[in-house]
Write a protein that binds this ligand. Structure first.
Ligand code: ATP
Length: 285
């Protein structure tokens, strides 16, 4: 695997950063849409270098949490800090230390991979002299060098996902937020994406915060998970602790999920059906 080079631009250490090991912390974080409470007094804490999975049925509030943590949506109440920076009052500083791969497509199909990365390099204020090298580095890290001059509309779903991850790591974030990073990918592409994220965590200590519907995947890759339902976190722990707490032999994370959420969506469609549909979904046109 190609290593990323170059120096991360350092930010001043924020005041009020009591425990550098805790990179993300929320206190009673809440988001309401009119009278509906989508995220209800969320309290979570993520340690630097962890892979943390937020699990839950459709509509549980996972994307809303990610949008608040990435400064895209203001909280209605409570607070959250990333690397000690407040997501409401220090948005610029938060944005410099995070990478975000949204659920929706974030690459432009009418541009080449290189051109997409150039736009992000400019957005992230990477000095013009460093842009070419940074882009070359991330393309190599993602295994996309060969495809860099091809239009993204001709990429496979897995290649697009890799490009989107490449876009989000150009500025060497301390923590990455990924909303359903492997949805719509075939098993080979899914495992490639996971390997890349594992590589990022292992080699650069990047903290990974993600949502996923694939419980098996979460089980093998997340250090800790939180299960959310109807806006509230109802269980947090390591996958093995959560499984052991069920007290039944060979319990899976699916069993844990069913125990806490009832495995039923508001629409009556089962969780597994939805996960399967999304698995089969095509991500681009
Ligand atoms: N802008 C909005 N206006 C009104 N309601 C919203 C808005 N955004 C989200 N919601 C509602 O908030 C709830 C949580 O939505 P959210 O997208 O966070 O869930 P989710 O757990 O990410 O679901 P999925 O797994 O389907 O992505 C849902 O009931 C959704 O309809």
């Amino acid at each position: 695997m190609t290593k990323l080079t170059g120096r991360t631009d350092r930010l001043e250490m924020p005041v009020n950063f009591p425990n550098p090991a805790v990179i993300l912390e929320t206190q009673e974080l809440t988001r309401r849409f009119d009278k509906f409470t989508a995220v209800d007094a969320l309290n979570i804490s993520v340690t630097s270098g962890e892979v943390f999975g937020l699990l839950g049925p459709n509509g549980a509030g996972k994307s809303t949490v990610i949008k608040m943590l990435t400064t895209l949506l203001p909280p209605s109440a409570g607070r959250a800090t990333i690397a000690g920076y407040d997501v409401t009052h220090q948005q610029g500083a938060v944005r410099r230390v995070i990478g975000y791969v949204p659920q929706a497509l974030s690459a432009d199909g009418s541009l080449t991979g290189y051109e997409n990365l150039l736009i992000f390099a400019k957005l992230y204020d990477i000095p013009s002299k460093q842009r070419r090298e940074r882009i070359r580095d991330v393309l190599a890290f993602m295994g996309l060098e060969e495809a860099s001059d091809r239009l993204v509309r001709n990429y496979s779903g897995g290649m697009i996902r890799k490009l989107e991850i490449a876009q989000s790591i150009l500025h060497r974030p301390q923590i990455m937020f990924l909303d359903e990073p492997t949805v719509g990918l075939d098993p080979v592409a899914r495992s490639q994406v996971w390997n890349l994220m594992e590589e990022l965590r292992a080699d650069y200590g990047t903290t990974i915060f993600l949502t996923t519907h694939f419980l098996e995947e979460a089980d093998s890759l997340c250090n800790r998970v939180a299960i959310m339902n109807r806006g509230k976190v109802i269980a947090t722990g390591t996958p093995s602790d959560l499984k052991a707490a069920l007290g039944k032999p060979n319990a899976t994370l699916d069993d844990v999920f069913i125990q806490y959420t009832g495995d039923e969506l508001a629409s009556g469609v089962s969780y597994r059906d939805t996960a399967k549909t999304r698995r089969n979904a095509r991500r681009l046109g």
